[in-house]
Design a protein around this ligand. Structure first.
Ligand SMILES: Cc1ncc(COP(=O)(O)O)c(C=O)c1O
Length: 271
């Protein structure tokens, strides 16, 4: 686990470089909230150290990163891209689903086996796997929605532009920053609330019928499940600080102008 950039909430490439040891096998950038991590730096570090790159594009499907002046889709830059089709994602199905992307035939075959209980051939299991097949009904929903992905993203960007304009002068808010080279799909519109006011603002919004979420209350290195894998007493001060300040405002494709006006007016009334 390494620390993140306080402005973009994405993995900090300098921290990645410092954390590499002889046990390191792969770098896993999570393209958080809708925009890409600094993929040019990450790919350079991976090549210099002979590491795999596995992109988590669950919140940023459809976004790009500029590599050598060319816009490339996130999830297709590293060796493997992973996404989620949970209903809240940029491309959501009607339940649970996900996919991995790779251009490497050997990796593709391994992933297909893992998805099918470790079997290449039915009822002949060569490795430990999972039942992780994409349900046919979910696939049908995704087939119908895939062609609309860019429209869904445009709608999120439209809502984000209204938030940016309406909230730009609110003194206790730090609005999301643009990662260099990345475009933002605003799967989430996550602000930082300073002065220890985050929980009070969340309560105030809730009292006014406005849902908001804390993504995420506990950083990964503090999760019990990861304790055995983290360097003892590890401290990631930026991640810890951000977890105490972040608040994700309502964001989806069906938000109306009136709803956005109401939400932003209420935030401005809060003090
Ligand atoms: C960045 C990120 N990675 C991974 C996941 C896991 O997705 P799933 O629950 O579909 O496996 C999520 C889901 O919320 C996510 O936001």
């Amino acid at each position: 686990m390494v620390d993140v950039n306080p402005a973009t909430y994405n993995i900090d490439p300098a921290a990645v470089r410092d954390a590499i040891s002889e046990r390191t096998k792969a770098i896993i950038p999570v393209h958080l909230f809708g925009q890409g991590s600094a993929m040019d730096d990450i790919i350079r570090i991976a090549m210099e150290n002979d590491l795999f790159v596995i992109e988590d594009v669950a919140q940023s499907l459809g976004a790009h990163f500029s590599m050598d002046g060319k816009k490339v889709k996130l999830g297709t830059i590293g060796h493997i891209g992973c996404t989620s089709f949970f209903p809240t994602k940029n491309l959501g199905c009607y339940g649970d689903g996900g996919a991995c992307f790779t251009n490497d035939d050997d990796i593709a075959e391994k992933i297909r086996m893992i998805v099918n209980h470790g079997a290449r051939k039915k009822y002949f299991n060569e490795r430990v796997g999972l039942n992780s097949r994409l349900d046919t009904l979910q696939a049908a929903v995704l087939n119908a929605k895939l062609g609309h992905l860019d429209d869904f993203i445009d709608r999120r960007r439209w809502a984000a532009a209204i938030y940016f304009e309406a909230l730009k002068d609110v003194p206790f808010l730090c609005l999301p920053a643009q990662e260099r080279g990345a475009d933002h799909t605003f799967n989430q519109f996550t602000v930082r609330v300073s002065g220890g006011l985050r929980d009070k603002l969340k309560k105030f919004l809730n009292e006014n019928g406005i849902p908001s979420m804390i993504y995420y209350p506990l950083p990964l290195h503090r999760q019990p499940v990861f304790a055995p894998y983290c360097r003892h007493g590890i401290s990631l001060p930026v991640a810890e600080m951000i977890c105490g300040e972040v608040l994700s405002l309502p964001m989806h494709t069906e938000l109306t102008e009136d709803e956005l006006l109401y939400i932003t007016q209420k935030i401005k009334q809060f003090s």
